[in-house]
Design a protein around this ligand. Sequence first.
Ligand code: NDP
Length: 328
Amino acid sequence: MGTFKAIVIEKTEAGQKVQQRDFDESDLMEGDVTVRVAYSTLNYKDGLALTGKAPVVRRFPMIPGVDLSGTVEHSSHPDFKAGDSVILNGWGLGETHLGAYAEKVRVRGEWLLHLPKGLSLLQAMAIGTAGYTAMLSLIAMERHGLRCHKGPAIVTGAAGGVGSVAVTLLARAGWHVIASTGRMHEAEYLKHLGAAEIMDRSELTGPARPLGKERWCTGVDTVGSHTLANVLSMTTYGGAITACGLAGGMDLPTSVAPFILRGVSLLGIDSVMTPRASRFEAWSRLARDLNLALLETMTNVITLDQVMDAGRAIVEGKVRGRTVVAIG
Ligand code: NDP
């Protein structure tokens, strides 16, 4: 067994130390499939892990990186053989299990999916956890019976990773998309992705009234806190908002008014432990429905040695769209 290049987070007296170094293959964790990583991505959660801003990492040393695409090197799992192209996101990768900012991972076969037909390894990670979460949100809305003729959809944190893909997917599905952003200078970018209206984030950041003017029937909220409370208070009768993020805070200072007076629903979205069947559905829909030309325009590719700076930038809300980390 040899070594491979990885970003490693170690716990120190002062907090944590993050460095790129050689990692011993014999120190990989248990699993029945070894994958040579081609690409990973930068998600908000990776930024939290790299900066130590929130306790995302639950074992040390840890290799961060919550998602990957790559090629199977060895497998004793019946569904995968050497040479297969695979993707993985969640299941504790980069949190409790050594993650994807590395040339190799060893994982449980049941966590892997075959690369969806029609996507390259690079495109799959341009989508990554963020895009897959946006699709889980769209599917949740549809299950709730919401369709584009019922009214507009709002996307908060629209210029971020989940937000950018959500705007694109919703617009393609026919929705009138209201993109809420703190970066009004990204208005043209958001319109290019399909947003019909741009809203300054400040309209949603103050304390929410129990009920506001009804403005949208659904939405993808990546921000939480006062933003989600305001979004709920302005949702039309019988509508539903999906909540996946906490970029603005983990609290939710709302009242029960939208739920009990307008029948509004709050739909929780978790990408990490989503069962396999729902993952298949989301990735198949992404391969079928996402405009890959638009995906490319929202994607920036960096290398492993740029990951630390990018991690700081994403927690400061300075990263636009999707960031792929090229590894292999
Ligand atoms: P990004 O950083 O790419 O996007 C977050 C966006 O939120 C920013 O671009 C910014 O958009 C906005 N924002 C940032 N800070 C604030 C703030 N203080 N107040 C209001 N808005 C803010 O992250 P991702 O797209 O990767 O993730 C978005 C959120 O979704 C994160 O909280 C992440 O943890 C969560 N997430 C959850 C998943 C799940 O399984 N539930 C899976 C994936 C992500 P703008 O400048 O346009 O306002």
